[in-house]
Ligand binder design. Sequence first.
Ligand code: GAR
Length: 197
Amino acid sequence: MKRIVILFSGNGTNLENIIQQLHKKNFDGMEIEVVGAICNKSDAFGLKRAEKFGVQTFVIEHKKFTNREKFDEKLVEQIHSLNTDLVVLAGFMRILSPIFTQNISSVINIHPSILPLFKGEKAMEKSFESPMKIAGVTVHFVNEQLDGGEIISQMAIEKFDDEEFESFQKRMQELEYEIYPKAIIKVLKDGQVFHNK
Ligand code: GAR
């Protein structure tokens, strides 16, 4: 049994997709359980999505902590108490300090760009506005550099000249729903840890 925890901040469509595709399912003899969903915002819609599937939720509001390190200490404590094999960031909009990256050994993230392009905020918008003819999403290990860890997998789509942002965003999200569960299975199967160094 592999235990994963999902960290998120908002809508939680990736969270819901991961739960739907992986939670309590068996992959060639490897069962995956989503043992918790941790959110830094008490009004995030994703909390309802997790609860719908009976996944335990934990709200740790960053604004209640005096600094980033104290918030990260609490996150680490909560994650350790869940005894997880892998931490999955899915729209978790916080920069992680060394307190987090040095104490949690296996963390992955999804980012809506073809990394190393368009790191940081508004990557979906930057991917849309760039003169490039393709755009895509990346799953990567998390290290102390923002969107900087080793790349696990990427998928790309062609951009259409007349396409509206909403339609583009929808196609990018479809890619995310396809790539992220597969990447999670791969990382759990490979048994890779300490990739955040
Ligand atoms: C996703 O598009 C994800 O790639 C992005 O936030 C969105 C969350 O959507 N993450 C980042 O930009 C991280 N830098 P969701 O809450 O509906 O899953």
